[in-house]
Design a protein around this ligand. Sequence first.
Ligand SMILES: Nc1nc(=O)c2c([nH]1)NC[C@@H]1CN(c3ccc(C(=O)N[C@@H](CCC(=O)O)C(=O)O)cc3)C=[N+]21
Length: 291
Amino acid sequence: MAAELIDGKEIARKKQDHIGSEVQKLKAEGITPGLAVILAGNNQASRTYVKNKQKTCDKLGMNSMLIELPESVSEQELIRKITELNESEDIHGILVQLPLPSHINEKAIIEAISPDKDVDGFHPINIGRMMTAQDAFIPCTPAGIIEMLDSIGTDISGKHVVVIGRSNIVGKPAGQLFLNEDATVTYCHSKTADLKEYTTRADILVAAAGKAKLITKDHVKNGAIVIDVGMNRKEGGKLCGDVDFEAVKHKAGFITPVPGGVGPMTITMLMHNTLKAAKLSISKVKSNGRH
Ligand SMILES: Nc1nc(=O)c2c([nH]1)NC[C@@H]1CN(c3ccc(C(=O)N[C@@H](CCC(=O)O)C(=O)O)cc3)C=[N+]21
């Protein structure tokens, strides 16, 4: 048996079409969604990601603003810039590209972003809202995973989801979202004693450990849905997932490729969140700033 491919690029394209038409409606009301991206330092991978985000904004008719700051930028200066963007009427979403230079306290920077403009969904307010199943900005990669599963018609309720990885930006929120959808969730990570014992019981396996080819066919139950969040860059620049795709594809029921799987969904959900932030700004004006 061969797994069916979950085509992230195609699912992203359809979702973007929809977002694009919502942007047009908002523009007719006089609001153009605007995303500000702050890039501190000279990380080459970060530069490429940021360029992709801007390109997608362009394509969907949104405004994007890139703020480039030197590696040596101070925390105070970065917070001053964020404060300015928090107050800007033209900017609805703020994204500070991670990782930040090592002398900067990431938590302090994330907390400086207004929760209403936090399109990454990294602010503790949004995390808390998500955990309590309130309306929130949902981190883009986990949101993209749920969107992909929806598009292949997966009923998540009652499924056993095993998430490998517990980062604040992917693993932890992904598990939480699945829990909100009534899944049974198991978290595994680098200290898990017998990984296979858990992963072979997964109906849905989410690999977000950041370790190339960690997941082999022996980790996967027949017919399972395998979502590969890995973005491991090999020498020569080739992108490699956390899943040994060629081996696992014969055993899984569905599988996402890398590239062309989760990555395009992440950017798409960033656009979704920016649109949501722009809509939120209207309802704030209508309620006179009280909300
Ligand atoms: N504040 C913040 N928010 C982020 O969302 C964020 C971040 N910092 N720092 C870096 C990571 C990484 N990330 C990616 C998004 C899309 C692709 C993507 O579209 N990948 C393509 C291919 C890319 C390629 O070929 O290089 C794919 O998988 O098909 C990759 C990586 C967002 N990040």
